[in-house]
Design a protein. Sequence first.
Length: 430
Amino acid sequence: MSINIQMPALSPTMEEGTLAKWLVKEGDAVSAGDLLAEIETDKATMEFEAIDEGMVAKIMVPEGAENIKVGTVIAVLVEEGEDASEVAAPKAAAPAAPAAPAASSPPTAAPEPEPQSEKPEKEAVSSTPAASGNRVKASPLARRLAEQKGVDLTAMAGSGPGGRIVKADVEGTKPSAPAPAAAAPKASAPAPQAVTAQDFGIPHEVVKLSGMRKTIARRLTESKQTVPHIYLTVDIRLDALLKLRGELNASLNSRGVKLSVNDLLIKALAASLVRVPECNVQFAGDTMLQFSRADISVAVSIPSGLITPIITDAAGKGVAAISTEMKDLAGRAKEGKLKPEEYQGGTASLSNMGMFGIKQFEAVINPPQGMIMAIGAGEKRPYVIDDSLQIATVMSATGSFDHRAIDGADGARLMQAFKELCEKPLGMLA
């Protein structure tokens, strides 16, 4: 009896993925636990294991195929003694191409809005003529100019992307004969589209969004639309923390550990959340989750977007352990090798753009978390110390809080605790 191998759901939020690489070929014998393929999700590239044994009879989806819905048959196994040539391709496996029709998707397929968001992409790169049936592809500027000059757009070939008629096409056309009465309905066309770069002939290319970029766009849009953000900023004197870092690195050098400022800030944020548990929470509709452990999601920039690997129980770990773990997570994040449990979850986030010289910024909360700490650059500034104006290394930190779950006073207490731990860093090591 043949066994259908389906596109797996490698994370709770996965709806589709890319089959990055096959690790087997047709005719290979496989056992439970053998690696079959590398699957690229919206966050990472993960290896997919066989759960049955048999022989690979047919590979239904080629390497590099994108937007494969969870549940789509990607390969077929046959048992020992079965004739692979007699195995019929399952009907559900036919639409392996990225533009698969919705009817081939399993009941758990992605919701309808996602394919709709790709329509402009497909239209922009198509090679259809300007007029298709009763529809004329033309920019709003070109339509208005054509109406003024009495030019019939249905007979024109556009020079814009996908045959779209742009302003220059209409300007170089002589007025046509008076438009017949039947052309009147064109004046009541749908609401004009937004004017884009292509309407003005600006050189550009259409870049397809990656799965990660789509996820980032969707989640952060939801965050700004549904989460009431409150922002609190403090200036922090870093001289004591930088001195402690130098002393710790001198003692840890023999162990091959080199602490970064970010490692100490991760520890400080976690310790602050333990001190102010009212901020270590998550809004959950009619209830609120109060966490007893501080798991810090740390923003890491990778070529395809942004990912947040998690330092679990950061308050309970030493700074050397945090540094070692963070280097490992960041390295594997850039290679797309993180496991879902290593970047999904977390009770709060930390985003540091100080290395880019950014003085201060307000980060968007990573839902469903309740807060994120944005770290700016440490720089020499005039600073009042003991009632006298001196020069100190100062950093601005801004906390973004979900005001549904965290009151401003509690957020202020967290920022106060974070400032104190950074300015008197021995307190976070106790």
